[in-house]
Write a protein that binds this ligand. Structure first.
Ligand SMILES: Nc1ncnc2c1ncn2[C@@H]1O[C@H](COP(=O)(O)OP(=O)(O)OP(=O)(O)O)[C@@H](O)[C@H]1O
Ligand SMILES: [Mg+2]
Length: 260
């Protein structure tokens, strides 16, 4: 059943409570609680295999939790109700690590792919949308006829992001958007995520291993270990935590910062 609370706009954009998920004898999420604040960029960190991507997949409704609830914009996700899942997903966009563009489509057709699929827009309206979307990721219509193979890695990310926000989601999720990029492109993509989030007033969730970048730009951090969230809050709060694992995470960062 769809349940909307009247004041959901004042509360977190996403609220995960008591999430449990396992595969066979491997229990990955063990009662994970996490609130994602509205209109901010939250970075999710944690070791490889701790369940970061799995958390996003459950938030997107692609994978069903074993236990617990996921509330998005005031609606509790219900896997028995396809309409409810569709409603919730409609408001969410995701950008995967490789930001896969359709190789056989030019930039224009990549960007307006979902617009064409979901909305009945005229050519003029499509043109306007594509122009605005390209502009908001720092590109112009000059790039629109290029094929993905003619773009740099950073430009491909920009196009993938323009495509992901085409249907105006209120929540954007990024699974390791900067992994494998050089430091300059990493910073560029990181700033782009920040700019697009504030320009479109998005709630953003970014999974990242770039500790240094995260501590520089994040408004919120969530640190996952052993199936639960061990720290959630502003980056500064990590330094005050008494949790030894959170402190270790912090000292790794400190070491990282002082190494040249
Ligand atoms: N569909 C699935 N079937 C079986 N096991 C899965 C499935 N999805 C995830 N897992 C397991 O759940 C655990 C968490 O996976 P997840 O992809 O969330 O890790 P992660 O935190 O994103 O790691 P990384 O930083 O390496 O991307 C892993 O042990 C993985 O093998
Ligand atoms: Mg992952």
């Amino acid at each position: 059943m769809t349940q909307a609370t009247s004041s959901y706009k004042d509360g977190p954009a996403i609220s995960v409570k008591g999430l449990e998920k396992g595969f066979g004898k491997f229990q990955i999420h063990k009662g994970l609680d996490l609130d994602i604040p509205r209109g901010k960029v939250t970075y999710i960190m944690g070791g490889s295999g701790c369940g970061k991507s799995l958390l996003l997949k459950q938030v997107m409704g692609f994978i069903r939790p074993d236990k617990g609830t996921i509330q998005v914009n005031g609606q509790i996700m219900d896997h028995k109700d396809q309409k409810n899942l569709h409603e919730i997903r409609k408001n969410m966009g995701i950008l995967f690590q490789h930001g896969a563009l359709f190789d056989s489509l030019n930039v224009y057709n990549n960007v307006c792919f979902s617009l064409k699929e979901h909305l009945n827009l005229s050519k003029k309206e499509l043109d306007e949308n594509v122009e605005n979307l390209l502009e908001s990721v720092g590109l112009s219509m000059e790039h629109s006829l290029k094929m993905p193979s003619e773009l740099s890695g950073g430009q491909r990310k920009r196009v993938a992001l323009a495509r992901a926000i085409a249907l105006k989601p209120s929540i954007m999720m990024y699974d390791e958007p900067t992994t494998g990029l050089d430091p300059i492109t990493t910073m560029m993509v990181t700033n782009l995520i920040k700019d697009v989030s504030s320009r479109h007033n998005l709630t953003s969730i970014v999974i990242s291993h770039d500790t240094h970048v995260v501590f520089t730009v994040a408004e919120q951090i969530a640190f996952i270990k052993d199936g639960v969230v061990r720290y959630a809050g502003p980056p500064k709060g990590v330094f005050k935590s008494h949790d030894p694992d959170v402190r270790e995470f912090y000292s790794l960062e400190e070491r990282y910062n002082t190494e040249d």
